[in-house]
Design a protein around this ligand. Structure first.
Ligand code: HPA
Length: 244
């Protein structure tokens, strides 16, 4: 098994890995960067990718999702653990909770969200009955519990285009539709991973109650602050779960 961690907002830290090297990987969709190294004395190599690029310079709607997933597949990766900062629509998933997603709702409108655009790449309809790997999910939940971290096994991730946060009316609608958490990057990353046959799991960390559920105005700084408080736990859960 070759495993990659895609680090989302607040998880920029290639120091997670020792003896690491970073390389640029060329793909048909443009270049991307991947770090490889060893996590906590693991013998096996692990790959690490910053979803938003070095220093969080790429906003969610401009992430080159196809290059990222293609590069991981080219490097022989077969399992991906993605981290995601999310807002919560569900009072049972408060800030600080880890949610191992099992479904998604896609409200993105303007993203390159498939590798199959006809012609040579074919007309392909990929099954999404189980978009997130159930085996990885249960291992991650188990390890979180062993570490004393509240982790929810299953949750529906609503993806919006961003980069703005949602209106309270949107959040109310997403909740009625069955959404539990909301973020800006889940789709198309999971879809592209499934198109290439990679097992994919998202560890979502709730950083805030979404607009209208919280009476406070939401800021990106709040998201970063809560992420910073929980990033060590996130790393420990992933490290404990490897090799997945
Ligand atoms: N909405 C969208 N994305 C997010 C949120 C949110 O409330 N919190 C963290 N990422």
């Amino acid at each position: 098994m070759r495993i990659a961690v895609i680090g989302g907002t607040g998880v920029y830290d290639p120091t997670w890995l020792s003896q690491s090297t970073t390389e640029e990987v060329a793909t048909p969709f443009g270049p991307t960067r991947v770090t490889r190294g060893h996590l906590e004395g693991m013998e096996e190599e692990v790959f690490f990718m910053n979803r938003h690029g070095a220093g969080h310079k790429v906003p969610p709607h401009l992430v080159n999702y196809r290059a990222n997933i293609w590069a991981l597949r080219e490097l022989g990766v077969d399992r991906v653990v993605a981290t995601a900062a999310v807002g919560s629509l569900n009072v049972a998933m408060p800030p600080g909770a880890f949610v191992l997603c099992d479904q998604f709702l896609d409200f993105t409108k303007a993203r390159a969200s498939t590798f199959h655009n006809g012609g040579e790449s074919g007309v392909v309809h990929t099954d999404m009955t189980e978009p997130y790997c159930p085996d990885m999910r249960s291992v991650l939940v188990q390890k979180a519990k062993e570490l004393g971290i509240a982790a929810v096994n299953g949750g529906c991730y609503v993806t919006t285009d961003g980069p703005r946060f949602e209106t309270p009316a949107e959040i109310k609608a997403y909740r009625l539709l069955g959404g539990d958490v909301v973020g800006m990057t889940g789709v198309p990353e999971v879809v592209l991973a499934r198109e290439l046959g990679l097992c994919y799991s998202t560890v979502a960390l709730v950083t805030n109650f979404a607009a209208g559920i919280s009476s406070e105005v939401l800021s990106h700084q709040e998201v970063l602050d809560v992420m910073a408080q929980n990033v060590a736990g996130l790393r420990n859960v992933i490290a404990a779960a490897l090799p997945l």
